[in-house]
Design a protein. Structure first.
Length: 313
């Protein structure tokens, strides 16, 4: 089934590019502009520097005093707390990337890594303030309300997964001796070569892969805009949940009622869209499942939409 869907999607995009080269070029240019001007300068330095900290084992020393706080509030280890902090600040898909790197470096367990992907993979504050609030919503909605909608839904989602699914499998939920044994079993793997060289190469490999996904999904968004045969409202809903950057811009220019645009835009940002999920899958370690992240993002979109209905009036 995956092969059939991939083949059908590839043929659809090829037909779109051949029949509508100007629209395809515009969509591709939009995606590459986003990658070059936003993603590379915003994420690449963090990916490289975080890789150095992981390989040198400096994170635990820096954040060790905050371990009780991370275990009590989030139910994660020191390394999980680092994933949470950087994931919230840097935006999609940095949280998932860090969780995968921590697992690959034997710093956290598989269960903790999958748990982290359910609430640490979010839009960055700068994206929410500048792109969503100022550019798309024209400063008509206070940034504080947008943050409340998005982070409250993420907190609720985190509590649901922590209490119902990962309750007995997290560092903050087991005795200290068990945590010590787990940490001993997952000690740091030896690093070959220079930590800086390895981190730089991994950073460029990751950022290039993400750029490819942004390019393809931007072209897909252009294809949907041209070919979607149903109502305009359903087209904008689909675009918002396909590639959020392009989708939010199209929703803002749709002419739909402003409150509906606010709710739909907030829900789309909460979900991350299909492009972010594809990026997340591409950077996750092969042992980590995408299902927890996918489930949390669907739940997050619903919760964000519900909260936005109450707050964005």
């Amino acid at each position: 089934m995956k092969r059939i869907l991939l083949t059908a999607g590839t043929l659809l995009l090829l037909v779109f590019l051949l029949l509508h080269p100007q629209e395809g070029l515009a969509a591709a240019r939009t995606g590459m502009t986003l990658w070059l001007n936003s993603l590379i300068p915003a994420l690449l330095p963090f990916i490289i520097l975080t890789g150095v900290l992981i390989h040198t084992g400096s994170i635990e020393k820096i954040l060790l005093p905050f371990r009780p706080l991370f275990e009590f509030l989030l139910g994660v280890s020191v390394y999980g707390g680092y994933v949470f902090l950087l994931g919230m600040l840097c935006g999609y898909p940095m949280g998932a990337k860090l969780a995968s790197d921590m697992y690959e470096s034997h710093k956290i367990s598989r269960r903790e890594a999958e748990y982290l992907t359910t609430f640490c993979n979010n839009a960055s504050p700068s994206f929410i303030i500048t792109y969503l609030g100022q550019i798309c919503l024209l400063n008509k909605v206070p940034a504080s309300r947008l943050f409340l909608c998005l982070f409250l839904s993420d907190f609720i989602c985190m509590m649901i997964f922590r209490l119902l699914i990962y309750r007995n499998h997290l560092p903050g939920s087991v005795p200290h001796t068990d945590r010590h044994d787990e940490k001993k079993e997952t000690s740091s793997a030896p690093l070959s070569g220079s930590a800086l060289d390895v981190s730089i190469m991994n950073g460029f490999e990751t950022i290039t892969r993400l750029g490819g996904y942004i390019l393809l999904f931007s072209i897909l968004a252009g294809c949907i805009s041209l070919y979607w045969p149903f109502s305009p409202v359903s087209r904008y809903v689909l675009l918002g949940f396909t590639e959020i950057t392009t989708g939010l811009s199209l929703i803002a220019d749709s002419g739909l009622p402003f409150r509906f645009c606010c709710i739909l835009s907030a829900a789309a940002v909460g979900s991350g869209g299909a492009c972010i999920l594809a990026q997340t899958r591409s950077i996750l370690h092969k042992d980590l499942r995408l299902l927890p992240c996918l489930t949390s993002k669907c739940l997050n979109a619903v919760l964000t939409g519900m909260i936005a209905c109450l707050l964005l009036r």
